[in-house]
Design a protein. Structure first.
Length: 113
């Protein structure tokens, strides 16, 4: 099953959702701002993306700049920050089986399938 971690207010996330809708494939939408992700779920996503947690952070968000930027944070602390502040999570995230991508640019989603 394909999963998209989606923020309806984000243009790139809406583009990613449109690609999935047009693909004809079955998928599940996770609106992670409404149904916040636990640290465990975020750790699993990072593992499937095969990236360090910092690469999943939206570093231009005010929350990041105000509270985290410039600090020497462990991976666990970064995941905790994203769990507490889901706006920090890069989007859209597409997961299929045990692999995933961040769908930016949206052409990466097409390549993923």
């Amino acid at each position: 099953m394909i999963k998209i971690y989606h923020n309806p207010r984000c243009t790139k996330s809406r583009e990613g959702l449109a690609i999935l809708e047009n693909s004809g494939k079955e998928f599940e939408i996770v609106k992670y701002l409404e149904n916040t992700l636990s640290e465990k779920e975020l750790s699993e996503i990072v593992k499937k993306l095969n990236i360090p947690p910092i690469d999943l952070v939206r570093k231009n968000e005010k929350i990041w700049k105000d509270y985290y930027k410039g600090k020497d944070l462990s991976d666990t602390e970064i995941i905790s920050a994203m769990a507490k502040n889901p706006k920090l999570i890069e989007r859209p995230i597409i997961i299929k089986n045990n692999k995933g991508i961040i769908g930016r640019p949206s052409s990466k989603i097409l390549e993923f399938f």
